[in-house]
Design a protein around this ligand. Sequence first.
Ligand SMILES: CC(=O)N[C@H]1[C@@H](OP(=O)(O)OP(=O)(O)OC[C@H]2O[C@@H](n3ccc(=O)[nH]c3=O)[C@H](O)[C@@H]2O)O[C@H](CO)[C@@H](O)[C@@H]1O
Length: 378
Amino acid sequence: MDIPMTSPTSTPPHLVIAGGGTGGHLFPGVAVAQAFERLAPGARVTFVGTERGIEARVVPGLGYDLERVDVVGLKGSGALGVMRGLSRLPRSGLQARSIIKRLAPSVVVSVGGYAAGPITLAASLSGVPTALMEQNAIPGLTNKLLARVVTHAFLTFEESAPHLGGVSFSVPGNPVREELLKLAQTFAYEAPAAEGPFRVLIVGGSGGAGSFNEHLPGWFKAMGDLQTRLEVRHQAGRNRAEAVRPRYEGFGGQVQVEEFIDDMAEAYRWCDLLICRAGATTIAEVLNLGLPAIYVPFPQAADDHQRFNARSVVEAGAGVMLNDAELGSERAVNLLSGLMRNPESLLRIATAARRIGRPDAAETIAARLLAMAGKDLP
Ligand SMILES: CC(=O)N[C@H]1[C@@H](OP(=O)(O)OP(=O)(O)OC[C@H]2O[C@@H](n3ccc(=O)[nH]c3=O)[C@H](O)[C@@H]2O)O[C@H](CO)[C@@H](O)[C@@H]1O
């Protein structure tokens, strides 16, 4: 692979992870940060994001430094939003240049999201080796633009390559955080007993899903006698749990509604089935653990990328797809009843999922970033 390498040096490498905004962008960056430190003990990792992004809540707790840039999105934010975004570009460009000068990183990787743009561009203009990680089958706007300046793209889906011009690329998969990889090493999905409790984990991406909050309580209440077997853990999104709880009134099973799940490893271990969006990072985690999932792509996702994310998974028999418009429909009720009555089908899906997980993605990417930084592996 034609990744330019600088000559090995003895100072510890400094990796900058640029971007974030959502968990789907940030957590693959965390996974690479953890792998980078495993491969190069003493290495420094700094995240650069925005004050509004999930990184502002998560990164300091993980013990990494976080720098903030003032940047807002352009795509899908209306004429006024585009104007506002454009007006801040010169300012974020200057901020980015000064951050890169001060941090003097050995290598910078974009994980996508708006903050990735100015930082990765500033690094590239300063001669710092740069790369991008694209989680989705159809890349986001920032990474599409950055593909013109970075030297390498790490992809989850090969089908995203044609959207990224002629950039050199590899397809290591979407990296998964250390705690989930550790769980995957000892975890083996066991299908629930045909008559026993049936645990459903609902995850609407890092921000929750409005239509899950609206339609899932009704779906479960339409499950007839099977309701009494259902134990539901419903992640509703920040400041949305209060509105969701009353919608479960009259439900014959057990339910717990939460805003955000900090310990995803524990939640994944607990469940018999996931009902989730088709965000690329959730998919990567579910495949690594080998869990059965019903994927409901977010219909408003840019370029419908979630549908494309889920497509190859479903084609491999490693998950089931349901349209957002079908939540709570007769098809949805029949689908869930069928899975509850047929544990072997859940096990089949879980086994197929596990087969296409990519547990080495983080280490593969980290090793290549180290090489780009001019560091030999110990
Ligand atoms: C609405 C939207 O456009 N979402 C995009 C966003 O991801 P978004 O953050 O919505 O979703 P993803 O499913 O990719 O990732 C969610 C991440 O957050 C974690 N998590 C989630 C809920 C929770 O309570 N606790 C928790 O820790 C999950 O374990 C996972 O690591 O970026 C992804 C990666 O580019 C895209 O594929 C998604 O389409």
